[in-house]
Design a protein around this ligand. Structure first.
Ligand code: SF4
Length: 76
């Protein structure tokens, strides 16, 4: 199953380490907070993703199982 990277913006201290380790997927905004691509990380890049997650000093970066794409349609 594919996984996506998620940042907890409350926990993140804008160290920027994750973007240094995985620049293909993570960039920093003007304040040093990460901007993470929302799509699933391809298998060939998972090693980089794990390295970035492991390096985060405040455990703000996580890999999550990509949720099944379900659309709930409201009935009117
Ligand atoms: S390494 Fe962790 S604390 Fe630093 S910018 Fe990335 S998510 Fe935030």
């Amino acid at each position: 199953m594919s996984e996506t990277l998620r940042v907890n913006p409350i926990a993140c201290d804008a160290h920027g380490l994750c973007a240094e380790l995985f620049p293909e997927w993570i960039t920093l905004d003007d304040w040093g907070y990460p901007i993470v691509r929302p799509n699933p990380v391809p298998p060939e890049m998972m090693e980089h993703a794990h390295r970035a997650v492991d390096a985060c000093p405040v455990l703000a970066l996580k890999l999550e199982q990509a949720a099944a794409q379900k659309r709930v349609r409201s009935s009117r």
